[in-house]
Ligand binder design. Structure first.
Ligand SMILES: C[S@@+](CC[C@H](N)C(=O)[O-])C[C@H]1O[C@@H](n2cnc3c(N)ncnc32)[C@H](O)[C@@H]1O
Length: 188
């Protein structure tokens, strides 16, 4: 079990998240433990067949999604990571789970099946581009998540054009330390 630290180590208190110490994370790059658990819970709630994660990092959320899919009894995750060391580490920890870790950029990869659930968590600037790229594989039941939508990050601002174009609909921005948004895919 990897050590976890209070999220306040990395994220200061702010009006819409006054107690960041109530969350935890293994490091500055990995998703808050509680948000990873929420993503995995959505995978259980939504019962997807094909899940995509961009930005595997050290595999915290990939492993949680993989365990959720295993529990579901169907479905697979494809997760993409440009750092070869991180990709290999994640591959090892996801061994035996329905998870494929691809050591390549999200921006030169295309889904091979309809995307039921996606968690966008790579380079902040790449996330809206990834969404546009994968949009043709999304459908009426697709749910997407974007990490780091808090006001200290550029992601929410970068998502605004997608909302204005009607491509990202019913977004729910949650006041977690780094911020996270879940939404539906719009017109395709
Ligand atoms: C914020 S971390 C991901 C955290 C992880 N999803 C989690 O839940 O713990 C971002 C990761 O994305 C990787 N990355 C950045 N740009 C990428 C891209 N275009 N394709 C794939 N990985 C990328 C970085 O190397 C880094 O490991």
């Amino acid at each position: 079990m990897t050590d976890v630290f209070p999220e306040s180590t990395w994220t200061p208190a702010r009006p819409d998240c006054p107690h960041p110490q109530r969350w935890s994370a293994t490091d500055a790059d990995s998703t808050e433990t509680e948000v990873t658990a929420l993503v995995a819970a959505l995978v259980v709630a939504l019962q997807p067949d094909y899940v995509v994660e961009t930005g595997t990092c050290v595999g915290n959320t990939a492993e949680a999604i993989g365990r959720a899919l295993l529990r579901n009894g169907q479905g697979q995750l494809v997760t993409l990571e440009v750092d070869p060391v991180r990709a290999e580490q994640s591959r090892r920890r996801c061994d035996g789970l329905p998870v494929t870790v691809l050591g390549r950029s999200s921006l030169d990869w295309m889904p091979e099946l309809p995307v039921d659930f996606a968690f966008f968590d790579s380079d902040p600037v790449a996330r809206p581009l990834e969404f546009r790229r994968y949009l043709p594989w999304m459908h009426d039941r697709t749910v997407v998540g974007f990490h780091d939508t808090g006001p200290q990050h550029p992601v929410r601002e970068l998502l605004a054009p997608l909302e204005h174009e009607g491509l990202l609909v019913s977004p729910l921005y949650l006041p977690t330390p780094r911020g996270v948004c879940f939404a539906r895919a719009g017109a395709r």
